[in-house]
Design a protein around this ligand. Structure first.
Ligand code: G4P
Length: 199
């Protein structure tokens, strides 16, 4: 997605060879016009899938997830990482270990909102090793819902998550794929040629 790649190049910062900082439009301040375009792009890429729910994880998945849900005209559900005072019954949980943050969270969704027969589109802001996506897939399989797609804003293609999830048969669409973050430079994967280029 060209607009997103331009935004990453103009405002993103490679903090190290592994971490891309995009606080100005995705992880802290959010750019609503960019989010609107992201929502439309996800809806276009998954339009054949008869999606009934969009599922994400708090907090940074909520912006792009809500915009996709708005265009698809289906509800958005976000898995919680912290205990809610009001969300107490009929909970489905999964364990998500973050290699980036070196912490494990129990994520929670009420089975009132994701049910057997739902066709679920999972959305998240980043895909690294794929633990968050796997946790959301786990929740869907516990309630008998079908994961029909996984939409990612920024995939770090040099980490294993995207490859693993595609090998497991999931339809993964990433709007920007980072090939590497070397020497402070951000390099995208060139989708058509399969070779990395600087955009
Ligand atoms: P994984 O889900 O693919 O396994 O990723 P990982 O555990 O490594 O990521 C844990 C958290 O770190 C996630 O946010 C993820 O979005 C974020 N993250 C991973 N790599 C990057 C990166 O290069 N840049 C940025 N900006 N974030 C990254 P989270 O804990 O769910 O935080 P939030 O959604 O509350 O912001």
């Amino acid at each position: 997605m060209q607009l997103l790649k331009e935004k990453i190049l103009s405002e993103g910062q490679a903090l190290s060879e592994d971490i891309l900082k995009v606080d100005s439009f995705l992880n802290h301040q959010m750019d609503p016009l960019l989010m609107k375009e992201i929502g439309k792009e996800f809806a276009k890429r998954f339009e054949q899938k008869e999606i009934t729910k969009v599922l994400t994880i708090e907090s940074s998945g909520i912006g792009p997830g809500l915009m996709a849900a708005l265009v698809l005209e289906v509800p958005l559900i976000f898995a919680r990482k912290r205990k809610s005072l009001t969300l107490t019954n009929d909970l489905v949980t999964a364990s998500v270990h973050s290699f980036t943050k070196q912490e494990t969270n129990t994520i929670t969704v009420s089975n009132k909102y994701i049910e057997a027969g739902d066709k679920v589109l999972i959305i998240d802001d980043f895909l690294a090793v794929g633990q968050a996506a796997r946790g959301l897939v786990d929740i869907c399989s516990q309630v008998g819902a079908d994961v029909v797609g996984i939409g990612i804003v920024i995939e770090k293609a040099f980490q294993s998550g995207g490859k693993d999830l595609r090998e497991q048969g999931f339809h993964v669409e990433s709007l920007a794929k980072i090939a590497e973050l070397k020497f402070g430079e951000i390099t995208f994967v060139e989708e058509k040629e399969g070779a990395p280029i600087n955009v």
